[in-house]
Each structure stands twice: as structure tokens, then as C-alpha cells.
Ligand binder design. Structure first.
Ligand code: COA
Length: 182
């Protein structure tokens, strides 16, 4: 397990799936804002790749996020779009509703930076988020991510086009203790 100050990142377990289905993927509003594609319902036997992890898929490393003390599931995280030539990757995360706003997201980003820069030897990490996702912007910026641009009207979300913000962090800029929590 990868450990941060508040969370642990471990492999996906089958027991996680009913909770993730109910609290993240079948929440139309949340999934529509977080996924960048149209929401569709996820049934109990679904082979949705967000639930059924393909260990052969080299470009994406999915994690479940847990409270280290008792292992309670609090969300999901991933390093995705891993490009070993340009040594870049993207960060994604989503917390269960009851676990938001407690600093976990900031810590997840910190742990994913450690995984990307230290474990994987990457050079650049990138985050895209809706321009009104203030919690995600805060979690990224607290870890040193820099706003590099606005993708105007790039996301169709529940009946309207919204702007996305693109943020980047380079390995040489990264300060492992930037959140003040390690
Ligand atoms: C986005 C998300 C991962 C952020 O994690 P979090 O644990 O809620 O955020 P944190 O508690 O670490 O807060 C990060 C910063 O945002 C601020 N913040 C938190 N919730 C906020 C809110 N609702 N509105 C405004 N600011 C907020 C915090 O004060 C903190 O800022 P600070 O470091 O200056 O104090 C989480 O809220 C979530 O899963 N949301 C739904 C799914 C989603 O949007 N995923 C991202 C898709 S790109």
C-alpha cells in the first residue's frame, strides 16, 4: 500500500465495487461532472473497466483509497494515460460523498505524485478538471500544480458546456512536503 498522511492507496478489491457503484458511478450528477462522457447505469454484473481491473493495461494504474487505520473505503484514484516515452501521465480521483472536504483529496494527489515521480520516474503530471471544481483545483494547487490553461467550453455536462482547467506539475518543481502533511 502507498501511504500518505491521511489515506492509503491499495489495489481494487471486489468488495469495493458495490460501494463504488452506488456512491460514485450511479450518481448521475457526480459521474457526469467527473467522467467526461455520458453517464450510463452500472449494473451488479457489469464488466465496466472502472470496476474490473485489467492488470495487463499498462497505461492506467487504478487504486482504491482507504483510511489506513481501519481500511474503510473512501474513494478511488488513478494514474492514467501513462506515456513512458514522454514520461507523462494524468491524475484522476473521486471520493465518496461523506469523505469529501476533509483534506483526503489533497493527500491523494500527494500520494499519486509520489507514485508518478518516484516509483514510476515520470517527468510531468497533468490534471484536467472543471473550472468550477474548487475542491479539485485546491487539492492540485496545494501540491504545487500550476494552472497552464483554460479549455473553453470543452465539457458537455448535464445540458451545458463548461470550461476545463488544465494543470501541470514537473518533477523538478515538486516538493514532497508541499501540503505540510508528510
Ligand atoms: C475533488 C475532490 C477529489 C477533492 O477532494 P477533497 O478531499 O474534497 O478536497 P480537500 O478537502 O483536500 O480540499 C482541497 C482544497 O479545496 C478546498 N475545498 C474543499 N471543498 C471545497 C468546496 N466544496 N468548495 C470550495 N473549496 C473547497 C479546501 O479548503 C482545500 O483548500 P485549502 O488547501 O486551501 O484549504 C473531492 O471533493 C471529490 O471527490 N469530488 C467529487 C469527484 C470529483 O470532482 N473528482 C475530480 C474530477 S477531476
Amino acid at each position: 500500500m502507498l501511504r500518505g498522511a491521511k489515506v492509503g492507496l491499495r489495489a481494487r478489491h471486489e468488495d469495493d465495487n458495490p460501494i463504488l457503484r452506488a456512491e460514485l458511478y450511479n450518481d448521475v450528477a457526480n459521474a457526469s461532472r467527473a467522467e467526461g462522457r455520458p453517464w450510463r447505469p452500472v449494473g451488479p454484473d457489469s464488466k465496466d473497466p472502472r470496476l474490473v481491473v485489467d492488470d495487463e493495461e499498462q497505461g492506467r494504474v487504478p487504486f482504491s483509497v482507504v483510511e489506513p487505520a481501519d481500511g474503510t473505503l473512501v474513494g478511488i484514484a488513478a494514474l492514467w494515460g501513462i506515456d513512458n516515452h514522454n514520461r507523462t501521465a494524468h491524475i484522476g480521483l473521486g471520493l465518496l460523498p461523506a469523505s469529501r472536504g476533509k483534506g483526503y483529496g489533497t493527500d491523494v494527489v500527494s500520494v499519486l505524485c509520489h507514485y508518478g515521480f518516484v516509483v514510476r520516474g515520470l517527468h510531468r503530471l497533468q490534471i484536467e478538471t472543471l473550472s468550477d471544481n474548487f475542491a479539485m483545483l485546491g487539492a492540485a494547487e496545494r501540491n504545487g500544480f500550476v494552472r497552464e490553461g483554460v479549455l473553453r467550453s470543452s465539457a458537455w455536462v448535464m445540458g451545458e458546456f463548461l470550461d476545463e482547467v488544465l494543470l501541470g506539475l514537473l518533477a523538478q518543481e515538486w516538493k514532497p512536503d508541499a501540503t505540510g502533511e508528510e
